[in-house]
Ligand binder design. Sequence first.
Ligand code: FES
Length: 105
Amino acid sequence: TEIVFVSPDGTRYTVDAANGASAMEAAVRNDVPGIDADCGGACACATCHVYVDDAFAGALPEPEAMEEDMLDFAFDVRPNSRLSCQIRVNDAISGLVLHVPERQG
Ligand code: FES
């Protein structure tokens, strides 16, 4: 399943993500810059913060309470902010575009 990460400078990284894995894992495996993922996906660091592209608003399930709480620790949180380790890859979100923030934490 294809996921596209966009850097603040506009560079696009199109990665092939395994279904069932998280978007964060796909980013780390493909060396997408700016996804630090310090906690390794435990929803405990907020350094895998991304902005979901407007075209995909509503395409993802609502964040769970744990993700909402941890997002409070992310830098420059916006309404479309998500933690990429909590985004489960599946065919339904193929082509998903995620914007990497200027900085993490
Ligand atoms: Fe730590 Fe997502 S990798 S919260």
